[in-house]
Design a protein around this ligand. Structure first.
Ligand code: AMP
Length: 502
């Protein structure tokens, strides 16, 4: 196998940008996919995030785009991503690897005003990165002509399936020139996805890189047994965080969205620098929280699997599983957020008596036991500390809104200034835990209704109609399946801009 980037057929500009990014060796998926992409072959890449799959299509696309130029409203290439964050991440990849090119890259995602997006499209985009819903909205408005698309990338296809985007994908494929090149990526290949590939790909090269089911040796794993009571779990978590000498930052995973909000507020109230990230948050708050965490302005990121999946957050010293994940692969994925690139990391999982079967599934998947440890100082601190009484049930003063209806669509079209951002606490700037604060009443504007039962991820419906879908699955986290989050807040500048890569 090729051991450096020189033998793959990439252009000099791309190789220079890769070297500047500090990568000396292609990953498996890159080494296998890049030569085929450059030969204009269709690809089925079976690979998860973290394998370097983004660069496996971005690098050869940059090389291929060096000839030809963009025309107004006729993008030359189209990349479909299931979520706004992933779309933004691919955009960042184009900026990083395309720094020696002069290409125009447009981002077309929900939560961004149409006006801004139209300006970019009117100027002509070499690369259009879009979520399927917004892409079709723009097409229906006559803002995009898809007849000039030479390369289509469908990324994270299995997530698209989970989120009900497959009908949109089928429609988009039908709108593109049949003689295009299609690069298709998915972590798994369920039958619905296989049907899609056999319908829309021509003689594809299939590339599969090893599914991650082992955990890096650089991660120290621990199991802490706790009671079922959420307030006890929170108390143990605080104790563990305080006892960790080398904690520089941590991601704390919860299984449910409503627990993300509750736990983040609780930690804040107890003096920690903490923020929450889950699918029902408006886009602005998500971006702010993520940016603050990446920039070390926020120490603890409380997240749901869905919100955190696929996000590239380097250098995390600790991962805490506030809940044991119900799917064993999620454990591997979660703890893989620490101990990256040879660094050491710590992953601590809180397990209640009811979690036994999930822990067993994890240990059999990773083929090792997770050593049990007791929190320092023995039993957990008293669970009735500051703020505990008000943490139990998040109040909701406003119901998360209903389906993506005409009304929602209309509200997306309103100018940014007309939109009312939801109350969301900005992330705290402090990095170290602060002294305990006096209790204060929390407003739970964004908290979902507590009376709706959680449903496990695999049970969530695969939505079939465009009107019914959003850009993130939500039923998995069990609160409100129909929240059109993100449509009503101001939009961060980086999501609005078109970039001239130069
Ligand atoms: P991805 O699977 O595309 O989300 O990439 C996961 C991470 O791997 C990102 O932080 C990339 O910047 C990084 N990466 C991509 N290609 C390479 C490479 N050849 N060597 C080292 N890291 C890489």
């Amino acid at each position: 196998m090729t051991t450096d980037f020189n033998g793959l057929g990439l252009s000099t500009k791309v190789i220079e940008a890769v070297a500047a990014a500090g990568y000396s060796k292609p990953t498996d998926i890159q080494a296998q996919a890049i030569p085929h992409v450059l030969q204009k072959k269709d690809i089925i890449g079976i690979a998860q995030t973290g394998t370097g799959k983004t660069a496996s299509f971005v690098l050869p696309m940059l090389t291929l785009l060096e000839s030809g130029r963009a025309r107004a409203r006729m993008p030359r290439t189209l990349i479909l991503e299931p979520t706004r964050e992933l779309a933004a991440q691919v955009h960042e990849n184009f900026e990083k690897y395309g720094k020696n090119h002069r290409l125009s890259v447009a981002l077309l995602i929900g939560g961004v005003s149409f006006e801004e997006q139209n300006k970019v499209l009117d100027r002509g985009a070499d690369v259009l990165i879009a979520t399927p819903g917004r892409m079709l909205d723009q097409f229906e408005r006559g803002r995009i002509l898809l007849t000039g698309v030479d390369i289509l990338v469908i990324d994270e296809a299995d997530r698209m399936l989970d989120m009900g985007f497959i009908p949109d994908i089928e429609r988009i494929c039908g709108l593109l020139p049949p003689r295009r090149q299609t690069l298709f990526f998915s972590a798994t290949m369920p039958p619905e996805i296989q049907r899609l590939t056999s319908r829309f790909l021509r003689d594809p090269v299939r590339i599969e890189v090893a599914r991650q089911n082992s955990t890096a040796d650089t991660i120290e794993q621990r199991l802490v047994k706790v009671s079922n009571k959420p307030e006890d779990k929170r108390a143990v978590l605080r104790q563990l965080i305080r006892a960790e000498g080398g904690l520089t930052n941590a991601i704390i995973f919860c299984n449910r969205k409503r627990d993300v909000a509750t736990l983040a507020r609780s930690l804040e109230r107890h003096g920690f620098s903490a923020g929450g990230l889950h699918g029902d948050m408006e886009q602005k708050a998500r971006t702010e929280t993520l940016d603050a965490f990446k920039a070390n302005r926020l120490t603890l990121l409380v997240a749901s699997d869905v919100a955190a999946r696929g996000l590239d957050i380097p250098a995390v010293s600790h991962v805490f599983n506030f809940d044991v994940p119900t799917h064993a692969e999620d454990y591997v994925h979660r703890i893989g957020r620490t101990g990256r690139a040879g660094r050491s990391g710590v992953a601590v999982t809180l397990a209640t008596p009811a979690d036994g079967k999930y822990v067993d599934a994890i240990t059999s998947l990773i083929r090792k036991d997770i050593p049990e440890v007791k929190p320092e100082g023995g039993a957990a601190e008293a669970s009735t500390g500051p703020g505990e009484t008000e943490e139990r049930a998040p109040r909701t003063s406003r119901r998360t809104r209903g389906n993506r209806t005409e009304k929602t669509e209309r509200s997306e079209r309103q100018p940014e200034a007309d939109r009312t951002p939801r109350a969301e606490q900005p992330p705290r700037a402090e990095r170290a835990p602060r002294p305990e604060q006096p209790q204060r009443a929390e407003r739970a504007e964004t908290a979902p209704r507590a009376d709706q039962a959680a449903r496990p991820e695999r049970e969530k419906p695969r939505r079939a109609h465009r009107e019914d879908r959003f850009e993130e699955p939500s039923t998995s986290e069990g609160v409100d399946a129909k929240s059109p989050f993100g449509a009503d807040g101001p939009v961060p500048a980086f999501l609005l801009r078109a970039s001239k890569l130069s």
